[in-house]
Design a binder for this molecule. Sequence first.
Ligand SMILES: C[S@@+](CC[C@H](N)C(=O)[O-])C[C@H]1O[C@@H](n2cnc3c(N)ncnc32)[C@H](O)[C@@H]1O
Length: 276
Amino acid sequence: MREILNFIRKELRNFYSEGEIESIIRLIFEIKFNFSSLDIHLKVDFPADNFFIIEKIISELKNQKPIQYILGETEFLGLKFFVNESVLIPRSETEELVDKIIKENRNSKLKILEIGTGSGCIAVSLKKFLRNCEVDAFDISNLAIEMAKKNAILNEVEINFFEQNIFSFDSEKKYDLIVSNPPYVCDSEKFLMNANVLNFEPPIAIFVPDDSSLIFYEKIAFLGKKNLARNGRIYLEINENLFEETKNVFAKNGYQKIEIFRDIHEKNRMLRAVLE
Ligand SMILES: C[S@@+](CC[C@H](N)C(=O)[O-])C[C@H]1O[C@@H](n2cnc3c(N)ncnc32)[C@H](O)[C@@H]1O
């Protein structure tokens, strides 16, 4: 085992930081080989015929493919989620948003709508941790919806997933809570993104044109006026560079108690608004 670990560290040294390499090692052995985190450091033997699997993973990592896509799964709020290149890899900022929703809405029997569900990480964890709620969730991508359905089965929850473009969404249904982490990175911000995002994650999940950077927020604000029940709430992940503008979209549409919250990196990352 020691030889294998040193081999991985040496091969990846010029591509990832030390901390990243140690997390990658943990994920490879826990997910691919079912080791506990203690096993990784205490086990002595590693079957030689598994070595080619390690070599293949290393070559994909050198090409910047995210480890979550290589292994086909990730964790979100302690739950397991399958992922592939049709869905965004769930982010820790989104965990913060969902954690906030769970803490603020315990014991309520809510009807929830999630817009742009991707892997289903938001919808599935809300249903898992707010047991009494009823969750509808949609995405424009049928491949994302397929993956979200698999993740609902994996986590043993029932969710009404459907394929839908937000810009043609037309429903009479009333929701107590609407949540979304829509595409919000401006095309001009692409140069800030790493190759692993640009080359592997679905652009439709991430980018918006600079001249209509708030298009999803405008549509969500508009849709909420029809589809939110009285005192309904909206929770959104937002572009930290556009938090004032995003806040204005909701103010302009008659929402109250519009608040922005920072993530652990001190970035203005979440918005909550109420429609009384
Ligand atoms: C930032 S990702 C969020 C995925 C997931 N909810 C998460 O937080 O990890 C945005 C999602 O919106 C979806 N999307 C993009 N354009 C859309 C549209 N016009 N209508 C509905 N969904 C759309 C993408 O397919 C993608 O899954």
